[in-house]
Design a protein around this ligand. Structure first.
Ligand code: NAD
Length: 265
């Protein structure tokens, strides 16, 4: 628990962020895996995170392309991770972001997450930019045909080890961006554009080490936006933040939302 002095300091920061949100014309929220840990989905780098369980190399796109054995391993890991993701519910941080949209205070949420929790929380599709794709769909790497994830998981439950496209026979892969895979053009372009045009950029739950996503806060800052970082652990850009809050995303975002509503009422 934070000491009394620290607690008071955090409350002042929360009030300041709320004021900035109220006066902002374009607030961009930028989320990472830390936004969803309180929903029970592990992040990558924290103790007990995904990297403690799996070898990062097994996620490389080149390996997926290279061999049937790698694809089989990938689908085992992906299946393992999908079940808890599907059951997960939005936490107070997602709900606060959805509420910011409802009260007209959200330009967009740029997310590195693939878990669909912003949609479940109530943000509209056009406000969500999924930079690293989504685990809720599957795509054929050859003809790009899109499948519902549950339908493909059902094939795997029945014994398929590596699913292939019904139309062209190409390999199917969750519609997420793996390490080494090209970023989605439209989403990346839009994220850059929104980051440069905003006046307030709020990072929530990201280690800010995965590129090119991690360059978005820099772009925002260079173009004159205020930068707020809310994260449990330090990030490489902490010294650039106008306000830095170390702590749990859920409670901090709920308090920021309360402060916004209080100041608006
Ligand atoms: P990361 O694992 O590198 O870092 C997560 C950060 O969140 C850490 O710095 C940690 O201190 C912080 N954090 C963890 N729990 C927190 C909490 N409750 N409140 C505040 N901060 C908290 O994650 P990243 O920066 O998003 O990048 C990793 C990549 O992993 C991304 O590309 C993303 O696509 C992918 N990923 C996504 C999910 C998901 O969809 N939920 C889960 C795991 C990984």
């Amino acid at each position: 628990m934070a000491k009394w002095g620290e607690q008071q300091h955090t409350e002042e920061k929360i009030k300041q962020v709320a004021q900035w949100i109220i006066h902002s014309k374009r607030t961009v929220v930028f989320g990472g895996a830390g936004l969803s840990t309180e929903s029970g989905i592990p992040d990558f780098r924290s103790p007990g995170g995904v990297w403690d369980k799996y070898n990062p190399e097994d996620f490389y796109y080149q390996n997926f392309i290279a061999s049937e054995a790698s694809r089989e391993k990938y689908w085992q890991m992906a299946t393992d991770m999908y079940e808890p993701m599907k059951k997960a519910q939005p936490n107070p941080a997602h709900l606060a972001i959805a509420e910011l949209e409802k009260i007209g205070k959200l330009d967009c949420v740029i997310t590195q997450n693939i878990d669909g929790l912003h949609q479940k929380a109530g943000n509209s599709e056009e406000k969500i930019i999924e930079l690293h794709g989504t685990a809720m769909h599957v795509t054929c790497l050859h003809c790009k045909k899109r499948y519902d994830r549950d339908a493909i998981q059902e094939r795997i439950r029945r014994g398929t080890k590596v699913p292939y496209c019904d139309d062209c026979g190409g390999p199917l892969k969750p519609a997420t961006i793996s390490f080494g895979q090209a970023m989605p053009e439209r989403e990346t372009e839009e994220a850059y554009q929104r980051s440069s045009a905003c006046d307030l950029f709020i990072v929530i739950g990201s280690s800010l080490v995965v590129q090119p996503a991690a360059s978005m806060p820099l772009i925002a800052k260079r173009n004159g936006a205020k930068l707020v970082i809310i994260n449990r652990d330090p990030t490489p850009y902490d010294n650039l933040a106008d306000i830095l809050i170390h702590g749990q995303a859920g409670s901090i975002m709920a308090e920021i939302l309360n402060a916004v509503k209080k100041q608006l009422s």
